[in-house]
Design a protein around this ligand. Structure first.
Ligand code: SAM
Length: 422
């Protein structure tokens, strides 16, 4: 680093004495920035500015327990490392694009992309590790993202299923984590020259698979949270010699002495030659009995039932598919909005459905105060004044989950694993 940074090296070293910067991203799928600023449950610091000066929806925060507020459970914000937010800002994806987030857990970039595309287009968020894929899926659910399929596959499997298909592919690759030494001190103990070489070899494989999935004219965003050239600049240089169909649009190295965040690297590449292929459409499985049960439920539950294709899986789970959803062909944890489950007789709504709605979508909505919301989040039963049946329960106007009203009592249907202190 001393050789590379020259005169800047002392400033780089001094940056390790600064605190770890924390930030949140306001979920503009659920709340406007202005509204969040009025109602934020804790003071917000400065708005984040990308090194090139662009405004983004992130704010620095000092709050240590930002994940414990009801607003967090309602998905009004996502906690994300400031430099990691900047990486996502490099792409500016368009609405209606086909996007693959290849190494997606826990979901920071996926959330960012979903906001940038305003929930339109197709977003496939993939995570190779099954337990991390589950966390990714929960975050997609909490943030109310409707156009996302969460998959659990190796990059090679996706390259085989989706050749030349995506307009934008993110490869936020596993790395040696040099940029995280301040935030995650254990990353220091995992570091070795050998591990850098192992990471570089794995990144090469990931990048080669990612490249196959990009359509001509599409972009590939590669990022790491390390400073090592083997994993960053040299990795991209060697990629470009293997893949002359790509050109480098820009690359950024984010250093902690130049920006209030940890270390990151990102490169944006464009594919200039090749083809654009379509994939087979998702094979919708219509189950008449399930659809009938859902329609009966929908009449009471929604102001206006959601439009779109509904598919019912073998296990009875029903999904509202985003328009244009392709056949996935790999293990999927989520395929758009999970509506609920049909057990052969009765339709039972899913937590994900509640999280995807706005207050005005719901025929029966129970707005709670902060204190009541905390009790709901702990799994308590509350009193309510609405008619019997399923209802969406919210912190003010923002959904937190489902309840079932029975003669003035609101039974708590927040999944046990999502409760506060669970
Ligand atoms: N993009 C995520 C975000 O913004 O929240 C962070 C991704 S993290 C830097 C890298 C991810 O790659 C990890 O979740 C890890 O499990 C996954 N991973 C590990 N080995 C992999 C491999 N061989 N292929 C693809 N992904 C891998």
């Amino acid at each position: 680093m001393k050789e590379r940074l020259g005169k800047e090296f002392p400033a780089f070293l001094r940056s390790y004495e600064n605190p770890v910067y924390k930030a949140l991203r306001v979920n503009t799928l659920k709340v406007s920035i202005a509204r969040f600023l009025q109602n934020s449950p804790f003071p917000l610091g400065e708005q984040l500015l990308f090194p090139n000066g662009e405004d983004i929806t992130g704010f620095y925060i000092g709050e240590e327990k930002a994940g414990a507020y009801a607003e967090h459970f309602a998905g009004l914000y996502y906690l994300q490392e400031p430099s990691a937010m900047c990486v996502g800002e490099l792409t500016a994806p368009c609405r209606k694009e086909r996007i693959l987030d290849l190494c997606a857990a826990p979901g920071g970039k996926t959330v960012q992309i979903a906001m940038q595309t305003e929930g339109e287009g197709i977003l496939i968020s993939n995570e190779i590790d099954a337990s991390r894929a589950k966390i990714l899926s929960q975050n997609v659910e909490r943030m109310g993202i409707k156009n996302c399929a969460v998959t659990n596959a190796a990059p090679k499997q996706l390259a085989e299923k989706f050749p030349s298909y995506f307009d934008l592919v993110l490869a936020d690759a596993p790395c040696s984590g040099e940029g995280m030494f301040k935030k995650e001190p254990e990353a220091v103990t995992h570091w070795s020259e050998n591990n850098v070489a192992l990471c570089a070899a794995r990144q090469k494989e990931i990048l080669d698979c990612a490249a196959e999935t990009v359509a001509v004219g599409g972009r590939l965003l590669y990022s790491t949270c390390t400073f090592s050239e083997e994993e960053d600049e040299w990795q991209i240089r060697s990629f470009l010699t293997r893949h002359p169909e790509f050109e480098l649009e820009k690359q950024e190295k984010i250093y902690p002495h130049r920006f209030q965040g940890e270390g990151h690297y990102c490169a944006l590449l464009q594919k200039n030659e090749g083809e654009r292929r379509n994939a087979k459409s998702y094979p919708v499985r219509r189950n008449l009995a399930a659809n009938k049960a859902f329609s009966a439920f929908a009449k009471e539950f929604f102001q206006a039932p959601p439009q779109g294709e509904i598919t019912t899986l073998d296990d009875g789970r029903m999904y509202l598919l985003p328009a244009g959803m392709p056949a996935i062909g790999v293990r999927a944890l989520r395929l758009g909005v999970e509506l609920g489950e049909f057990d052969g007789k009765i339709f039972k709504p899913a937590h994900a459905l509640a999280m995807s709605l706005k207050r005005d979508d719901c025929a029966r909505f129970v707005p709670l105060s902060r204190e009541e919301a905390d009790r709901y989040l702990r799994g308590e039963t509350l009193a309510c004044g609405c008619g019997n049946g399923w209802c969406v329960v919210g912190l003010g106007e923002y959904p937190l989950g489902l309840g079932k009203a029975v003669n003035g009592t609101l039974k708590n249907h927040l999944p046990k694993g999502l409760r506060k202190f669970s």
